[in-house]
Write a protein that binds this ligand. Structure first.
Ligand code: GTP
Ligand code: MG
Length: 390
């Protein structure tokens, strides 16, 4: 409920009252019990509330029934999140993604609300006709708009994947900051790279991805990307619509999972992010756990943390940032690249050395020498560069 309050204030509202109900089962018509509906109606009138927000997904019928019964606008958690995204979207892509998410959210609601009105009228003969074709028209318009947006998003995402392909060609190691919303991802990007991304004490301050260059010890220049944060029960329509943004993290070599060490819900938030990591099939990626806000976390929190590799930092004071950079540099060293080496006859004895450095996948006799296929780290590539042909 605290998180719902944060969401409401991030959307620009202020909470005047909150109420909970434990139910053995959902009421299909209104989700909550009829007595509770009455109670909320009175509470809303007393506080002159303009909006009731339910911390659960409502069907189209349920929203409509609740609005009719209580006489105020009713939104569910998903709709609040979508509203925040709509307010934040700045770029062309971000705006399209939000519109797509809203349309995807709207479609089943429309059908559901329409079916609801149908069944109340008794259904059957005489209730179809214009109603049904109006619904069909609306649905067709939405479907058309959805396919137009998807096409536009595809071209934006193609452009972005070309950038990524070029980074891969030039073997630029990439890191993606991921984590619960408000954990400090943007603040860390700013600290690491001197970027000036908006960092704000607000859920979903960031929507659009930002990529910046970073220089790490011994390695080639790398890039760090900051993206949209995660939340419990992230609306599926948003995941679908923000695919292109999420791909940016999907293609990163290393994930920096930023955790707010000072949050009383830290463990829960880690679970949510780890759940999404699995859902997006990122679990095989290298992940560095970055426990942020060390400056305001109580000292004993450190011992609750069981995730490795890990580092404790404060984006505010800069504490631990050097250590984070060290871990990042180490992970660049661990990244291996497939190479092809050619040893002329006179240097073939070096293959024994190479064999000690790494596993040689394949050896082929070539004119006046031998070709070896192997995977090397950036450092090893440097050592063997004299023999590398590809
Ligand atoms: N005390 C303290 N506050 C921090 C630290 N890092 C970030 N913050 C604050 O936490 C809030 C959220 O920081 P952001 O960097 O915007 O967090 P984010 O993860 O990018 O959040 P979203 O983009 O909204 O998902 C801001 O008010 C920051 O000033 C830290 O190390 N210590
Ligand atoms: Mg941010």
């Amino acid at each position: 409920m605290l998180e719902l309050e944060e969401l409401v204030s991030a959307a620009g509202g202020s909470v005047v009252a909150s109420i909970t109900q434990i139910l053995p089962s959902w009421n299909p018509a209104t989700l909550i019990g009829t007595g509770k509906v009455q109670e909320i109606k009175e509470l809303a009138a007393e506080f002159q509330a303009e909006l009731v927000v339910v911390d659960h997904i409502l069907s189209g019928v349920q929203s409509r029934n609740l609005e009719q019964a209580m006489g105020v606008k009713v939104l569910d958690r998903n709709q609040i999140i979508l509203d925040i995204f709509a307010q934040r979207a700045q770029t062309f892509e971000g705006k399209l993604q939000v519109e797509l998410a809203m349309l995807l959210d709207q479609m089943p609601r429309m059908v559901d609300a329409w079916m609801g009105s149908l069944s109340r009228q008794g259904g059957g003969i005489g209730t179809r006709g214009p109603g049904e074709s109006a619904l069909e028209n609306d649905r067709r318009r939405i479907r058309e708009r959805v396919s137009i947006i998807k096409k536009k998003l595809d071209s934006v995402s193609k452009n972005r994947s070309q950038h990524r392909a070029s980074r891969r060609r030039h073997e630029i190691p990439s890191f993606a900051l991921i984590g619960y919303t408000n954990s400090g991802k943007s603040s860390i990007l700013n600290r690491l790279t001197g970027a000036q991304v908006l960092a704000k004490n607000q859920v979903f301050a960031t929507l659009d991805p930002t990529t910046r260059k970073i220089f790490l010890r011994d390695g080639p220049p790398a890039v760090v990307t900051d993206t949209v944060g995660f939340i419990r029960k992230l609306p599926v329509q948003l995941i679908e619509a923000f695919k292109a943004t999420l791909e940016e993290s999907a293609e990163a070599d290393v994930l920096l999972h930023v955790v707010d060490l000072s949050s009383p819900n830290m463990e829960r938030q880690i679970e949510v992010v780890e759940g999404l990591i699995e859902e997006f099939k990122w679990q095989d990626k290298k992940i560095i756990h970055v426990f942020n806000k060390f400056d305001v976390a109580s000292p004993d929190r450190k011992f609750k943390v069981k995730h490795y590799p890990r580092v404790f930092v404060s984006a505010l004071t800069g504490q631990g940032m050097d250590l984070l950079k060290e871990l990042m540099a180490d992970s660049v060293l661990e990244m291996q690249k497939s190479v092809q080496l050619y040893f002329p006859k006179a240097a073939e004895y070096k293959i024994f050395d190479l064999d000690r450095d790494t596993r040689i996948a394949r050896k082929e006799a070539a004119t006046e020498g031998t070709v070896c296929y192997a995977s090397l780290t950036t450092q090893q590539i440097n050592k063997w560069k004299e023999y590398i042909v590809k």
